[in-house]
Design a binder for this molecule. Structure first.
Ligand code: PMP
Ligand code: GLU
Length: 412
């Protein structure tokens, strides 16, 4: 009678971790992907002063704000988007869902590992899901040939691909050549590409390249304030459409928005203007963040690798995707055969919360998990960040994982 929809694993681990803390249990929170950084001061001030903006905005969002966003993205990643082709909504998550809902039937190509919500959203929209496999050896990057070969599984006329980089759960990004090669295939296959670049501004070297620049014809870029601006709970997302978008497509998208969320919270739109009005001012704040995230990510990778856990250094965002496969046989001895069992035992034994690979599109037996290295407080002075004093929980959590795996396996 009811649709089969489980609570999203990301939100679930957040609630579970909070419940354990409420029961006075110590939890190191590597499960939920939430930025530890506060929005910059001018943005916070703008929100404080905007409480009296109690009116609704248009569905598409405030036009002055859309102008700011258009200018911001032109400077940040050379995107030429007109304010008329920008959609603002309460989070990019609902925008991705509504884009999928725009089509009655579609094949949705999802490179795996993939963020937890793409497949459930595509399923809710009634689409055919086509998983695009990648591998640890290829650093989880999707290969153009894989996309090409997957066409045999198509059932519908419309093809949509959801690309995500910097990647959640794997922290990957793509080089310009790789993006061009993917774009070439997407173009030949006449795909609509949703390029989820919510972590784009958190590229660790500030060198994020937008897919739309290589496939102008049919790329919708999604982004927002949740990650680089640390404002996930404010619920503010953006979709940057393309010049040649069919008017019926845009109208349907706005129509679905009007029948579901109406508009993004108006006070948040006022605050967003402060965030988007001056890219160079925000860049100072972003650079400090990415320096810190890079250092923490590299520390985690180095330490985990020393303990025989395979993991790629992150290239953006705040996730790594450690692979425990080298310990597979030994972990079996403790009844750990799946990534869910791995995460459950780790949480029980050590209080460290991470999310199983099964949440990201893998079969249960693949022993990997996503680690969000965000259990730290924003340093008082980001310019003089010191990992050992500013990130005690991250260090403790990583040590606990390493000690746990060694203790479990060395005596066998
Ligand atoms: N895409 C990815 C890859 C994410 O990790 C998230 C989680 N914040 C979202 C989209 C949705 O973000 P929001 O709705 O907060 O804009
Ligand atoms: N994107 C975050 C994560 O992957 C959490 C927010 C969400 O899932 O909506 O952990």
């Amino acid at each position: 009678m009811y649709r089969q929809v489980e609570e999203s694993q990301t939100l679930l681990i957040n609630t579970q971790s909070k419940n354990l803390v409420d029961q006075n249990k110590r939890v190191i929170k590597f499960g939920f992907g939430q930025s530890p950084f506060m929005p910059p001061k001018p943005v916070l001030e703008a929100l404080k002063n905007a409480v009296d903006h109690k009116e609704y905005s248009s569905v598409q969002g405030d036009i002055k704000l859309r102008q700011c966003i258009a200018r911001f993205h032109k400077v940040h990643n050379g995107l030429h988007v007109t304010p008329e082709n920008i959609l603002i909504a309460p989070g990019s998550k609902i925008l991705i869902y509504n884009i999928l809902m725009t089509f009655e039937n579609a094949d949705v190509f999802i490179p795996t590992p993939a963020w937890v919500s793409y497949a459930p959203q595509a399923k809710l929209a009634g689409h055919n899901i086509i998983k695009l496999e990648t591998s640890y050896e290829e650093r989880w990057r999707v290969h153009p040939t894989t996309i090409n070969n997957a066409v045999k599984d198509k059932q519908h006329e419309v093809s949509i691909m959801i690309l995500n980089y910097p990647g959640n759960p794997d922290g990957l990004t793509y080089t310009e050549d790789e993006l061009k090669n993917i774009a070439q295939v997407a173009k030949i296959l006449n795909m609509l590409v949703i390029s989820d670049e919510i972590y784009g501004l958190l590229n660790h070297t500030g060198s994020h390249l937008s897919f739309a620049n290589y496939y102008l014809e049919k790329t919708i870029t999604t982004t927002g304030l949740s990650k680089w601006c640390g404002a996930g709970g404010w619920r503010f997302g953006v979709a940057l459409l393309y010049d040649s978008i069919e008017p019926e497509f845009k109208q349907t998208l706005i129509g679905i928005g009007s029948e579901t969320y109406s508009c993004a919270p108006t006070p948040v739109q006022v605050a967003a203007k402060a965030a988007y009005k001056n890219y160079n001012e925000m860049k100072v704040f972003i650079d400090q963040q990415t320096q810190i995230l890079k250092q923490i990510g590299n520390f985690c990778v180095e330490r985990l690798s020393l303990s025989g856990i395979q993991v790629h250094p992150p290239e953006g965002g705040f996730y790594i995707f450690p692979d425990f496969s080298l310990y597979k046989e030994k972990l079996e001895y403790y009844g750990i055969r799946t990534s869910t069992e791995l995460c459950e035992q780790l949480l029980n034994d050590t209080g460290v919360a991470i999310l199983p690979a099964s949440a990201f599109g893998f079969e249960e037996e693949y022993l990997a998990a996503r680690l969000a290295y965000v259990d730290f407080q924003e340093p008082v002075n980001s310019a003089v960040f010191d990992l050992s004093t500013d990130c005690p929980n991250v260090i403790e959590g990583i040590e606990k994982i390493c000690n746990w795996i060694i203790a479990k396996t060395q005596s066998l």
